[in-house]
Design a protein around this ligand. Structure first.
Ligand SMILES: NC(=O)c1ccc[n+]([C@@H]2O[C@H](COP(=O)([O-])OP(=O)(O)OC[C@H]3O[C@@H](n4cnc5c(N)ncnc54)[C@H](OP(=O)(O)O)[C@@H]3O)[C@@H](O)[C@H]2O)c1
Length: 386
């Protein structure tokens, strides 16, 4: 089997690449990499393998320099003779930013970029599977406090918390428009946070939100809303096994499902135990975030409800210095809190029926192993990245 993968320098894609490189069934893996030169591309892939001391077989794992926003990407790939025998395309690359500033880029990458790969796939002679890494959160924000099934998405009428999920929904529609059902495999992870092994995760992403809430401790969110979170190693194992499994469906949630779902409360217990010198977690109503933002702008009206929490305000001053420093953290947390409050849990029964994989571990159980990493995480640096 010859594979072409996008996004292999990313959080999930990196794990998928390393995992695939160990499979005997796989002959060559061509990786679309953004790079200035061949040397730079090899260095980037080397980093993916060296992070956890994995073997980088340069005969097997080959970079293909390219960018999803290149206007001529389809032609570049078509003209590349090395790629003519690709059987499987794994599309993991995406712009995953939640920030409105990147909306245009999100659309160009996740919709237009994806289309370029799909149009190239259509021309391949020996191509049999387009494995698209989607996201379960494309179900939209009207879906609340319940179990979500794969068949419910993509729903063109869904409204979205961020443009990113909208673009991912559009992406799935494009795949269906251009490729036959028997060549499509869509894996829709829920929320991927950290690694369940005692190692440095490939990216802080969602762990950043947890680490930030850990420092803030006054959380404007429903503590009991169910939260569907899985580790990156579980997600990659499930996706790679799915590729080789005898499948009965086209779309699979890669998720905790109801049995292993967590909640902000469950996670707070773990963080409170580890960081016991910080104030206790206090969950307050969702709209308190507005007041927290006003406080950070030094515009909180006198007598506001937030002033009833002086211990937390004192803690913020001691931890973050100027309260204005909190602006970037509150702005970064905003969409995460909105997702957290939705209470969405994604049905994983199709995955567990078709793939030989253990049931997922709840995030509040495996996340204990990431505490040393959380200690080192610079929340301000993380906030700049999103
Ligand atoms: N993380 C989650 O919680 C989560 C949950 C559900 C679904 N997903 C899906 O999983 C997939 C992987 O996400 P991730 O968390 O691994 O994201 P990530 O860490 O941000 O990685 C994104 C990858 O896409 C590549 N990429 C971005 N723009 C590109 C462009 N214009 N041209 C070529 N490559 C580009 C990046 O390359 P560079 O290294 O060059 O930037 C990187 O390799 C995405 O499709 C995402 O929608 C993620």
């Amino acid at each position: 089997m010859n594979i072409f993968i996008t996004g292999s320098t990313g959080f999930l894609g990196g794990e998928i690449l390393v995992n695939l490189s160990k499979r005997k069934e796989v002959n060559k893996i061509y990786c679309l990499v953004r790079a200035q030169s061949e040397v730079d591309a090899i260095l980037r892939l080397d980093k993916v393998f060296s992070l956890h001391g994995d073997y980088y077989d340069r005969e097997k794992v080959i970079p293909v320099i390219g960018n999803l926003v290149d206007a001529d990407l389809t032609a570049q790939l078509t003209d590349n003779k090395e790629l003519k025998d690709i059987n499987v395309i794994i599309h993991s690359a995406a712009n995953t930013s939640f920030s409105g500033i990147f909306d245009k880029m999100v659309e160009q990458t996740n919709i237009d970029g994806l289309k370029k790969i799909v149009l190239w796939a259509k021309q391949l002679t020996n191509f049999n599977t387009f494995l698209h890494i989607g996201t379960a959160t494309i179900c939209g924000k009207e879906v609340k406090d319940r179990l979500v099934k794969e068949e419910e998405s993509p729903n063109p009428n869904a409204s979205h918390v961020v443009s990113y999920t909208h673009s991912k929904a559009q992406g799935e529609l494009i795949i269906r428009e251009h490729l036959p059902e028997n060549k499509i495999l869509i894996a829709r992870p829920s929320i991927i946070m950290g690694d369940s092994r005692d190692i440095t995760p490939r990216s802080p992403v969602i762990l950043w939100a947890c680490a930030t809430m850990n420092q803030i401790r006054l959380i404007p969110a429903n503590q009991h809303a169910k939260l569907d979170v899985i580790s990156v190693d579980y997600a990659s194992e499930a996706i790679v096994k799915l590729l080789f499994a005898k499948r009965n469906h086209t779309v699979y949630h890669i998720s905790s499902g109801p049995e292993a779902a967590t909640s902000a409360y469950d996670l707070s217990i773990v963080f409170e135990e580890h960081f016991s010198d910080l104030p206790r977690y206090c969950f307050v109503k969702n709209d308190m975030l507005k007041q927290m933002k006003l406080l950070a702008k030094n515009k909180l009206p006198i007598g506001s409800e937030l002033s009833k929490y002086p211990d937390y305000i004192k803690h913020w001053k001691e931890t973050f210095g100027e309260l204005s420093n909190l602006r970037i953290l509150f702005a970064g947390l905003d969409p995460y809190l909105e997702f957290l409050n939705l209470g969405q849990v994604f049905d994983n029964s199709k995955l567990l029926a078709d793939v030989d994989i253990e049931k997922p571990t709840p995030a509040h159980k495996y996340i204990v192993k990431q505490m040393a990493y959380v200690e080192k995480l610079d929340v301000f640096e993380g906030a700049m990245d999103f």
